[in-house]
Design a protein. Structure first.
Length: 377
């Protein structure tokens, strides 16, 4: 039997469910949320509108958006105990702190046990507002600053920057963060969303699923790529050294980070917006070398593009954050801030027609054998 069973390692190319949320055409390099092109959303929408779209399936009108915005702003609170938890573990990686604080929120919020549709939506909106607050609060505490209170006059992205840095962001900086969150908001059955669905499949609650998702996002093959790209750019140092760097990596059959994707064979459509952002920002800030190094890596990888190996969303994002003076260890948490609504809707969809997710592994261990008592081994 073992020879006849087909094993789909990594579940490559396997459909396990239907979803009305995002559509990815990997061959064409296209992405849409609920039928709206990512390019239209990135250029014309705000994160709040996109979060509403993902959670409710339709773009909001002005009244609906105002109501949603008010709910998000009202949810901008963290229990005092969360500050204590963060203070105790402030030296840890921000992703570990975010995961731990999110888990602690579940213990502090009795509503977290509510697994009804309304409960999921309420907890999803709360977490969308609270995740950026945790990241900003930790960053303030680890830098010896008293965390600033959220500013209800600021939108989601601008308020996060305000809380992170303790100074009001420029309109450009706020918009760049807003677009970054929109581009990262949802991406079908990626590893972290799939992991969250597995958690919901056991009828667990949303907070638990978000903790699962945060754990899964952290790895360098997924959300950790932006941090690794920045390390790569720093290691390369100047554009003229990029070709040799790529050659050495390819010779050792090591991945060049920020390239490759399980679904896209054409360029990841989100990368275009990040590329435009890096180019503009690095020129404006008089530091064109960052963009030049990235482009030199792209040029050196050109021979592999023919085989479907292109940049993904995180190739350019690290440099944008770097130019904004955001430390490298915050890059994955920034991805997480954007992804919360995507996780929420994936969990909602899973909950609506729930089924335990439990595939099979084909046993290839030893044949049955007699148990040997420990003294005789
Ligand atoms: C937001 C996101 O999560 S986007 C992804 C972020 N991650 C990264 O940027 C890390 C670098 N990239 C990778 O490690 C991979 O491309 C992954 C994990 C994202 C996808 O991996 P898979 O779908 O398993 O791709 P797979 O391993 O099948 O790759 C196919 C071929 O391309 C090669 N390849 C894939 N990615 C890369 C890369 N970044 N650099 C060089 N070669 C690569 C593989 O070695 C493989 O070659 P082979 O057939 O000769 O063995
Ligand atoms: O879809 C994936 O496998 C990874 C990805 O790009 C994302 O989660 O945004």
């Amino acid at each position: 039997m073992n020879d006849t069973v087909k094993i789909n390692r990594g579940l490559k190319g396997i459909y396990f469910e239907r979803s009305a949320t995002s559509h990815i055409d990997g061959a064409k390099g296209e992405l849409s949320y609920c039928g709206y092109s990512i390019h239209d959303l990135a250029t014309q929408s705000t994160f709040e509108e996109v979060a509403y779209l993902l959670i409710h399936g339709e773009l909001p009108n002005e009244t609906e958006l105002a109501g949603f915005d008010a709910r998000l702003k009202a949810a901008r609170t963290l229990p005092a105990e969360i500050h204590t938890v963060i203070e105790q573990i402030k030296g840890g990686h921000p992703m570990d702190v975010l995961r731990t604080a999110t888990s602690a929120l579940a213990a502090l919020d009795k509503g977290s046990a509510d697994t009804s549709e309304e409960g999921f939506i309420r907890n999803g909106i709360n977490l969308t507002a609270q995740v950026p607050m945790i990241v900003a609060t930790h960053h303030a505490i680890r830098n010896g600053r008293t965390p600033v209170a959220p500013d209800p006059t600021l939108g989601h992205a601008a308020n996060w920057l305000w809380m992170l840095k303790g100074e009001k962001p420029s309109a450009d900086a706020a918009r760049l963060a807003d677009v970054d969150f929109i581009l990262h908001a949802e991406h079908g059955s990626n590893a972290s969303s799939f992991a969250a669905r597995v958690t919901i499949g056991t009828d667990a609650n949303l907070h638990g699923a978000i903790v699962t998702a945060l754990s899964t996002l952290a790895g360098p093959a997924h959300g950790g790529a932006a941090e690794d790209v920045m390390k790569m750019v720093a290691e390369i140092g100047s554009a003229d050294k990029a070709a040799a760097y790529v050659k050495a990596k390819r010779k050792n059959r090591e991945p060049v980070t920020g390239f490759g994707h399980r679904v896209y064979r054409a360029e990841d459509p989100r990368a275009r917006h990040m590329r435009d952002g890096v180019k503009k920002l690095s020129q404006e800030m008089g530091q064109p070398e960052w963009y030049d190094i990235l482009q030199a890596v792209v040029d050196a990888m050109q021979p592999y593009a023919r085989h479907g190996l292109n940049v993904n969303v995180d190739f350019y994002s690290g440099v944008i954050y770097q130019l904004h003076g955001i430390p490298m260890d915050l890059y994955v948490p920034i991805f997480a801030i954007g992804r919360v609504p995507g996780w929420v809707i994936q969990c909602l969809e899973q909950r609506r027609s729930n089924i335990l997710i439990r595939p099979l592994t084909l046993y290839n261990g030893p044949e049955m054998r007699p148990y040997v008592p420990i003294k005789e081994r």
